[in-house]
Ligand binder design. Structure first.
Ligand code: 5GP
Length: 218
């Protein structure tokens, strides 16, 4: 049962192992669905070229971040790659204003905290087509050393263990169909017509398929 009122928007959380293509997928979803916008997180990492404070992130230093944690300003927060990231209650409320939905593009530990603290949230796990394909994509980025790729694959394996805490699992094997599947889930949750989609994108089934040994082509 949802605890939201009729006019209340829904917080959608999308999490995925690094290299799954989550950022690209989420950007396209927000571009194509005007009723949903990104929640703007806080982070202690440095601003990258082209990023804007208050639009991409609220960039803060670590003492400020810790002060906000102590004040319970965050719905969830986590350490990732030696930096802190968190979603403030305020970011969610701002996103949900006027009955709009909000999209949290966050890593897996944070998603589990949202599950525990926000009953109206809907959690979507994005899966790469296979571990082999994830490895190939990480290699293709050309940004990580062999050790770093190994480390990311280990993390991905551990993150996958959280998949059953999610409401849906969607495989990112082809960008446009992945975006279409996310949009279908978002719209169905809004209309309360999710039955078939819950089965089609069941995390338990996706995990089974993902972990099943692949049959080599004949
Ligand atoms: P990046 O530094 O590349 O922007 O993000 C690094 C990772 O942190 C990504 O997996 C991103 O989804 C995640 N992330 C961004 N904002 C938040 C947040 O507010 N909370 C959590 N838990 N993770 C976040």
């Amino acid at each position: 049962m949802s605890d939201r009122g009729i006019e209340q928007g829904i917080p959608f959380v999308v999490a995925a192992p690094s290299g799954t293509g989550k950022t690209t997928v989420c950007r396209k979803v927000v571009e194509q669905e005007e009723r949903i916008s990104f929640s703007v997180s806080h982070t202690t990492r440095r601003k990258r070229d082209g990023e804007v404070d208050g639009r991409d992130y609220c960039f803060v230093d670590e003492p400020e971040f810790r002060r906000l944690v102590a004040e319970d300003a965050f719905l969830e927060w986590a350490e990732y790659n030696a930096h802190l990231y968190g979603t403030s209650w305020e970011a969610i409320d701002r996103g949900l204003a006027g009955g709009r939905d909000v999209l949290l593009e966050i890593e897996v530990q944070g998603a589990r905290q949202v599950r525990a603290r926000r009953a109206d949230a809907r959690l979507i796990f994005l899966l790469p087509p296979s571990m082999r394909e994830l490895e190939r994509r990480l290699q293709g980025r050309g940004t990580d050393s062999r050790d770093e790729i190994r480390r990311r694959l280990d993390v991905a394996n551990r993150e996958l263990e959280a998949i059953r805490d999610f409401d849906y699992a969607v495989t990112n094997d082809e960008l446009d169909s992945c975006v279409a599947n996310l949009l279908a889930i978002i719209r169905a949750e809004r209309d309360g017509s999710v039955g078939a989609l819950r089965e089609r994108f069941s995390p338990a089934l996706a995990e089974e398929k993902f972990r099943a040994p692949r049959v080599p082509p004949a």
